[in-house]
Structures are given as structure tokens and as C-alpha cells.
Write a protein that binds this ligand. Sequence first.
Ligand SMILES: NC(=O)c1ccc[n+]([C@@H]2O[C@H](COP(=O)([O-])OP(=O)(O)OC[C@H]3O[C@@H](n4cnc5c(N)ncnc54)[C@H](OP(=O)(O)O)[C@@H]3O)[C@@H](O)[C@H]2O)c1
Length: 288
Amino acid sequence: MKRETIWVTGCEGRLGSALLEWLSTNTDYKTIATDTDVSITNLEAVEQAVSLYRPNIVINCAGISDKSFCEENELEAYRVNALGARNLAIASNRVNAFMIHISTDDVFSGMSRQRLTEFDTPDPISVFGKSELAGESFVSSLNPKHLIIRSSWVYGLRKADASNDYYVQVLEHGKNNENFEAPIDVISTPTSAIELTRFLKSILETREYGIYHVSCEGACTRYEYAQTILSMNGYDPALVKPSYANKDGMIYSTRLENLMLKMTEIYTMPDWKEAMKEYVEVRKQRGV
Ligand SMILES: NC(=O)c1ccc[n+]([C@@H]2O[C@H](COP(=O)([O-])OP(=O)(O)OC[C@H]3O[C@@H](n4cnc5c(N)ncnc54)[C@H](OP(=O)(O)O)[C@@H]3O)[C@@H](O)[C@H]2O)c1
């Protein structure tokens, strides 16, 4: 049987690196991996790559996920997260390829106290969330063979510069034994790129379409997230001090409910602390 070709964009990021690592050990697929060397914002470059590689599957892990950067650089955020997704949708549709696109819990406003399912209506307030929702909209309208995955607080090993990685920043505070603050009024779910990759593996076998929420189970505040990173890595969790990110007692909560996953039973995401234990071990084994 002819092997399918998968094109992974954003292959040096947290998710892209984890996915590539799994694909490199898998002989069922031929893998093409690009990062900023093929900018997804350039339609001509994207079209050329598709003509050259003729992928059967395109997995878009490229994006700008730094929320503060997006607020300060609106044009660039939309260019990568919306236009880039559009370009990949156009090009993948032209060669009849299945497109998998990664999006975010920030397509929701954070005002809901409930867990958010795939059937809740997005209402983003941040530039990041709005640009990601625009990307989703392009993908769903321009390539009917698509899967949109919304996840949250993704952590994983990055090949590229890790200075903007929250997990690494917290570890640095731990190593330097220095106090820092993390908000107790921001709630979501840390999600391991290793687990997201396992989910993607099952998707490649089952070919599901539509929108899937794929976060680890459970939820925590950003403060608890930081405390857990510290304690699981042998640092003093008291180094992190509680702070507030919002005004007037508001709580920003974007807890995703993996309802489609639970209905289709294609994969079960673990509890976020269990997934983090595995990641801590992986980092130790690699000496990072
Ligand atoms: N991290 C999270 O908490 C989170 C949560 C929900 C959803 N997501 C979404 O999930 C996807 C993967 O997340 P991640 O955490 O793996 O992201 P990441 O670590 O930031 O990786 C994204 C990769 O895309 C690259 N990239 C940026 N602009 C590009 C362009 N124009 N063309 C091609 N590549 C480009 C980045 O390169 P540079 O590093 O050089 O810019 C980086 O290597 C993103 O779409 C992100 O928005 C992330």
C-alpha cells in the first residue's frame, strides 16, 4: 500500500516537535516538516510546497500563541493565525488533502463558569482568540475535509527558542530560587503536547472531522499550574505568590469539555497532573 504523506507546519514548536518525534518512528507515513522556512503567511510558498510534496494530510501546528505579543502585534497575529490557516486550507483543498488545524480555548471569552463544549458559541475577547477563530472559520469554509482541534495551555519541548515558554520560565524561577507571581483568577487546563500527539495518532487512524476540544482532564488556576511545575521538579512551590490578572474580581475561565471525544470514544485524555508527571520524566531522561 502506498504510504500517505503528512505535511507538518510549525514543526519546531511545542506540538510540532512532539508530533514530528512520533512520526519519525512511524513508517506508515512519509513526513514533510517545515517551520518558518515555509511561511504559512505566503500563499505562493504554501501552494508551491503543496505542489511539490502532494500531501494527503496537512497538520497545521504553526501559529503565534503568545497572547501579549498578539495584543501588541494585531496585524502579525491575524497574518499568521488567520491568513496562514486560510492559505493552508486553500492549498490542501486543491490537492484533496485532509487538513488538521490547531486552535485554542481562547476562542471563548472566559466569562462562562461552565465547561465549554464544541457546541458552545465562541465569543473571543483577546486578539489571539479572535485571530484563532478567524483561522478556524477559514479552515471550515475552505476545506470540507478538516478537523479543528481546540486545546489549552499546551506545554512540550520546543526545538526553537524556549524563552517564551511558560513551563521553562517557571523552572528558571525554581532554579534561581526567586519569588514570582501567578494569577489565581485565570483558569484553564494544562495540556501535554505528548498527549495531543497520541490523540492525533488516533485521529489519523479514525479520520474524524469537525471540531474537537482536546485538553487534559481537570482544571486549575495559573497559580496552581506554576506551583505544580515547581513541586514536580523538586523546587519550593512557595516561590510562587498569588496575584490577580483581572479587574473587579472577574475570573477568566476557559475550561474545555472534551465532549466530542467522549461521544466518539476515540481517545481518553488523562488528568492534567498525570500527564505532567510523564513530561517531567521525559525532561529528566533527556537531561533538559
Ligand atoms: N501553547 C499554547 O498554550 C496553545 C494553546 C492553545 C492552542 N495553541 C495553538 O496550537 C498551535 C501549536 O502551539 P504550540 O504551543 O506548539 O506553538 P509554538 O510552540 O509557538 O510553535 C509554533 C511554531 O510555528 C512557527 N511559526 C510562527 N509563525 C510562522 C509562520 N508564519 N510560518 C510557519 N511557521 C511559523 C513558530 O516559529 P517561531 O517560534 O520562530 O515564531 C513555532 O516554531 C498554535 O497554533 C497555537 O496557537 C497553543
